[in-house]
Design a protein around this ligand. Structure first.
Ligand code: TXA
Ligand code: MG
Length: 319
């Protein structure tokens, strides 16, 4: 069984021994290991049952440290880093050989992030290496936003969980790469397209969120609960699944035709940040209910709403 601790020094001790430790970030919990050490990286892939073709993000606490393991930092990246780091943004750079190929699934590039969480930043400041960390969930399942979520699913296979409370953002980071003078968004997140445009007004921004993307985070079966989740108009879906026991994920209001106890509202005031914050923990609660399936509705398709809808779509059942 995993030990759940708030002791940052203990977490550092484990990581120095090339053990894996679940760590808090502002987006979701990560399953961390020494990014320079193949043994630690193998443990991450094994614990998550993650296929080796899905590369990991490398976390550090200071931009100056990045130069030791990436070839160069494009001007556009420097501007993004200045505005959004520490924060929920991953930038893709050409790697140096210090980063093992296992981390990047053989790609010549590596995703890097400076997370905005005081506990993990202090941990990183105590280490002589960066931390490779995917989200701390079994491959394909919903990302964890609390230490308890990590323990529920990986508690049997990892030794230590560093508890830093509930993740304040609740959605995985925006992933951005650089090709020539263009900026590519591989995974949408709370650093939205408009926020990126605002700091890079002259730059071409390309969105690659389809199967052509090289970010396997784009695989369609991602972020999914175990129960089938249907996305659309709830009354229509309920009618279609008559006779089945249903749980409902609402945006602003409960549905009067169904049991309130089997429903969750993401944000009564219609606040998209609050909806993002509550999304994954709500999906986990609904997944545990004694129901046959989950019905969910999309949120307004604006800014962060688009990002939430993208995650809901990926969580939804595809026949
Ligand atoms: O917010 C986050 O990004 C969290 C926290 C823990 O930092 N991490 C996270 O990691 O969501 P993960 O492994 O669940 O998702 C990372 C995604 C993967 O889908 C991977 O394919 C993509 O990042 N990725 C990593 N390196 C890449 C690269 N060099 N090029 C393209 N995509 C990359
Ligand atoms: Mg993940």
């Amino acid at each position: 069984m995993a030990t759940i601790t708030r002791d940052i020094n203990l977490a550092a001790e484990y990581l120095n021994k090339n053990e894996v430790v679940a760590i808090p970030t502002e987006t979701v919990y990560g399953l961390a290991g020494n990014a320079f050490n193949v043994i630690a990286i193998e443990k991450i892939f094994n614990a998550k049952q993650r296929p080796s073709y899905d590369p990991l993000i490398v976390h550090t606490d200071h931009i100056d440290k990045i130069e030791s393991f990436v070839q160069s930092i494009p001007e556009e990246a420097k501007i993004l880093a200045k505005h959004f780091w520490p924060g929920p943004l991953t930038l893709i750079f050409t790697k140096k050989s210090l980063i093992p190929d296992l981390v990047t699934s053989g790609l010549s590039t590596v995703g890097v992030r400076i997370p905005d969480h005081p506990v993990t930043r202090e941990l990183l400041s105590k280490l002589t290496f960066p931390l490779a960390a995917p989200s701390a969930n079994p491959f394909g399942y919903i990302s964890p936003t609390s230490a308890k979520h990590v323990d529920d699913q990986l508690g049997n296979v990892i030794p230590l969980i560093l508890d830093g409370g509930i993740c304040k953002v609740g959605l995985e980071s925006t992933i951005i790469g650089f090709e020539g003078k263009s900026v590519i968004i591989y995974r949408p997140g709370i650093i939205t397209l408009n926020k990126i445009k605002a700091v890079l007004p002259e730059v071409e921004i390309i969105i690659k969120q389809t199967a052509e993307s090289i970010a396997p985070g784009m695989l369609e079966n991602h972020y999914a609960p175990l129960k089938p989740l249907y996305l659309g108009d709830i009354s229509y879906l309920a009618e279609n699944h008559k006779g089945k026991k249903i749980a409902i994920l609402n945006f602003k209001e409960y549905k009067s035709f169904a049991d309130k106890e089997n429903q969750i509202v993401l944000s009564p005031s219609g606040d998209l940040n609050e909806a993002a914050f509550n999304l994954y923990s709500s999906l986990r609660i609904l997944d545990k209910m004694r129901v046959d399936l989950i019905l969910a509705e999309t949120v307004p398709e604006e800014e962060l709403g688009k990002v939430i809808n993208e995650r809901l779509y990926k969580a939804s059942f595809k026949s």
